[in-house]
Design a protein around this ligand. Sequence first.
Ligand code: GNR
Ligand code: NI
Length: 191
Amino acid sequence: MALRTIITPPDPRLRLVCAPVERVDDSIRALMDDMLETMYDAPGIGLAAIQIAVQKRVIVLDVAKRQDDAASAAPICLANPEILWASDELSVYEEGCLSIPEFYEDVQRPARVRVGYLDREGRRQEIEADDILATCLQHEIDHLNGVLFIDHISRLKRDRIFKKFSKAARHEGSDRKLSVGRERARADAEA
Ligand code: GNR
Ligand code: NI
């Protein structure tokens, strides 16, 4: 198992449509294990493969685990998840995303969903969910289609959040240039 880096905007990979898994084999199971480790470490209650820059239709969730309590863990791993049915009834949840750290906004979605998927052994399964699990399943399946929770909020708020990340990325870029500049100056001084 390995901890992986979670990507953030403006990384364009968060907008990719992910490819279906052809067969749930050991490499997919290893990916699921890395995703669970990364999700628990963050900590978060769900993770889509594209968040660790893997363009595959794989998600993991655990809405049960309490912090530092391994016994309460109830991980679910899903390949090729598909919403088979969604309730007309809607519910609102305050969502966050590990790829958009420190932003939380109310999002309205169907209150209940039925999702078909392949489990860790490649067997076809269905899960019916309500409450936070229904929200989280829809949030993760959105990621597989390049959709982020901020796409469900007002354009003004979305643009504001994206600008913050673009600005932060530019600053990191110039910091990096600065440190390269300093290293070059040091090398010149030593020469
Ligand atoms: O950890 C997470 N919490 C969360 C809270 C409300 C609605 C959705 C989520 S999913 C999020 C982890 C994540 O970014 N998954 O893609
Ligand atoms: Ni997310």
